[in-house]
Design a protein around this ligand. Structure first.
Ligand SMILES: C[S@@+](CC[C@H](N)C(=O)[O-])C[C@H]1O[C@@H](n2cnc3c(N)ncnc32)[C@H](O)[C@@H]1O
Length: 247
């Protein structure tokens, strides 16, 4: 069965395993890049909105610099995040239609943007970011892939907790057809409870895959001036900064 991000067990009944499946240390580097991007705003950045903030792993590394408002669709992921970043405001919402009626100095959409699988959904999320970004502010977007550089990957990882529980994952993304706008990734999670009970869960995630030109066009249509940031040195990742013009 094909599962969009909003229904993934990983972000639902398996959410409590998130800290072991995707350890928080892996987010420190990206938090540093976020900070550099936010420094490009016209005003000092203090108030930050993160859309699709998940278990709060990126937010954890940003919490001492910024006042954070964290939004996610998953109640379970918000609960994990509340435990990790208790000082942040946590709200349940969909990045495609959230309207808080206020603006922030900067907006972040980290890897959760991958769950926008159509141009309409991606456009809706970019417009949400614009609606919450103050004039002169910036919004940073971190897709895992863009169409030009996508390579299928097989990866594994995980970790252990002090109570004896542990989790490991296998991630296996499949090659895409030319012109495809989505990537299919098979995940297998092997989960060991503290009492030694072990079970495995498989699910398929479908994520978006858009060309750089599509990103730039949709960001422009949302109202942003666009900077495209290419990370080299192994990652080969492309990120985007939307600058909301000053009033
Ligand atoms: C890979 S996790 C994000 C992890 C996060 N970067 C962290 O630091 O822990 C993806 C998240 O996107 C959320 N998500 C998926 N679709 C969403 C939507 N339409 N609006 C808000 N959140 C969404 C999921 O609930 C999930 O928590």
């Amino acid at each position: 069965m094909t599962i969009p991000g909003s229904e993934a067990r990983l972000y639902g009944d398996l959410a409590r395993w998130w800290p072991l499946i995707s350890p928080i240390e892996g987010y420190e580097g990206d938090a540093g890049i976020v900070t550099e991007m936010f420094a490009l705003a016209e005003h000092p950045v203090r108030e930050v909105l993160e859309l699709g903030s998940g278990g709060g792993h990126t937010a954890y590394h940003l919490r001492s610099r910024y006042a954070l408002t964290l939004v996610d669709l998953s109640r379970e992921m918000l609960a994990v995040s509340r435990g990790l970043v208790p000082d942040a405001e946590h709200l349940r919402g969909d990045m495609r239609d959230l309207r808080l009626g206020r603006t922030f100095d900067a907006v972040l959409v980290h890897d959760a943007i991958d769950y926008m699988t159509t141009a309409d959904d991606l456009s809706a999320a970019l417009r949400t970011a614009y609606a919450h970004c103050r004039p002169g502010g910036v919004a940073a977007f971190f897709p895992d892939h863009v169409a030009e550089t996508f390579e299928p990957v097989t990866d594994c990882g995980g970790g252990d907790a002090d109570d004896g529980s542990g989790a490991r994952y296998l991630e296996w993304s499949l090659p895409t057809e030319p012109g495809a706008t989505t990537v299919r990734t098979e995940y297998t999670f092997t989960l060991r409870e503290a009492d030694g009970t072990v079970r495995s869960v498989h699910e398929t995630h479908v994520t978006g895959l858009f060309a750089v030109a599509d990103w730039q066009r949709l960001l422009g249509e949302a109202g942003f001036h666009v900077s495209t940031v290419r990370e080299s040195g192994g990652h080969d990742r492309t990120m985007f900064i939307g600058h909301r013009p000053p009033a």
